[in-house]
Design a protein around this ligand. Structure first.
Ligand SMILES: Cc1ncc(COP(=O)(O)O)c(C=O)c1O
Length: 342
């Protein structure tokens, strides 16, 4: 039997209906700007996020890195939350490609307007000029935490008062919107640029978008090309994204409920701390004695047919998604409990 794969929401396979939509896609050469399906997807996402334009790119990593290139110059400082994907999981790209210096705000991924106020270096000082604030919503390493809308606005107001730009790493922005009952547009409004992934909870095989003003997205085109992200008959991929936006948004609530079921199954085990509240599709478990170590629990779960992601010595992550239903997640909760106990 195949293992239950909760390593990430990126492991989903395109459904038969999605593959049909891909096969039917009308395509052109998108680098030359004439793939109608890509254009349709870009327009749809721009509207969804309340921005003038959007650009289809291969990955969330590339969307974030293009945002850094659009907003900052080498030697500039960029403020991020603890554990930000664009700092810790993008292979050093922020330093190697955009050449920016990253400074961490707050604890646990989310931060406040006051953290921005305290961190800003004025442009006329001898320090690296602060240019940009990046927010991650939902926050992956924090266990899928959703930013309260008011907090997004407060951080934005603080950044604006210092003339800083704002980028939202919204790889899972629609999870945040569905979980909080707020619109993606309202959540995107405080930001100049917003990245959003189709290849995670939405279940498409490839693709992310970067949205913003026509001027910023015009500049983003050049950086996409520079990073090798120009794709030709990309309409087959965009069609999967359009299908995902049509069919797989509201159902994210099921993934969130399933994540809570897994957390429920292991809550209260000695030495196990769950990142609470479990608001979306990520369950983060921090393990300390008397609990087994994360590698041990990972191995025991693996032997029993459950795949998780170890995150360092003391932490494990389980992510629910389109390809695991309620019964499978209940079984995953039982396996995880067995792996922790005994
Ligand atoms: C918050 C966040 N941002 C960006 C990315 C990068 O996306 P990709 O894997 O498409 O490069 C991820 C991937 O998991 C993520 O969790």
């Amino acid at each position: 039997m195949n293992p239950i794969d909760l390593r990430s929401d990126t492991v989903t396979r395109p459904s038969a209906a999605m593959r049909e939509a891909m096969a039917r896609a009308i395509v052109g050469d998108d680098v030359l700007g004439d793939d109608p399906t890509v254009s349709l997807l870009q327009d749809r996402v721009a509207r969804l996020l309340g921005k003038q334009a959007a650009l289809f790119v291969p990955s969330g990593t590339q969307a974030n890195q293009i945002a850094l290139l659009v907003h900052a110059r080498p030697g500039d400082e960029v403020l991020v939350g603890e554990g930000a994907h664009l700092m810790s999981l993008e292979s050093g790209a922020a330093g190697a490609i955009a050449g920016v210096q990253l400074a961490v705000l707050g604890k646990g991924g989310l931060f406040e307007g006051a953290d921005v106020e305290h961190a800003v270096h004025p442009l006329d000082s001898q320090y690296a000029p602060t240019r940009l604030v990046c927010v991650e919503d939902t926050h992956n390493k924090a266990g899928g935490r959703v930013w309260p809308l008011e907090r997004l606005r407060e951080v934005s107001a603080a950044a604006r008062s210092h003339g800083l730009a704002l980028h939202l790493d919204g790889a899972r922005l629609l999870n945040a919107a569905v979980a909080s009952g707020t619109s993606a547009k309202d959540r995107a409004a405080p930001f100049d640029t917003v990245s959003m992934c189709l290849s995670k909870g939405l279940g498409a095989p490839v693709g992310s978008l970067l949205a913003g003003s026509a001027e910023l997205i015009g500049r983003a085109h050049r950086f996409r090309r520079m990073l090798g992200g120009g794709m030709r008959q990309a309409g087959v991929l965009a069609a999967a994204g359009l299908h995902a936006l049509e069919h797989n948004v509201e159902r994210l609530a099921e993934d969130h409920a399933n994540a809570r079921r897994i957390a429920e199954a292991v809550r209260g085990q000695p030495g196990v701390t769950i990142a609470e509240p479990v608001e979306t599709n990520i369950v983060r478990l921090d393990l300390a004695p008397p609990a087994r170590s994360a590698p041990e629990v990972f191995a025991r779960a693996f032997e029993r047919g459950l795949l998780l992601t170890p995150m360092g010595a003391g932490c494990l992550r389980a992510v629910t998604h389109l390809d695991v239903d309620r019964a499978t997640c209940e079984r995953a909760g039982e396996i995880l409990l067995e792996a922790l106990r005994g």
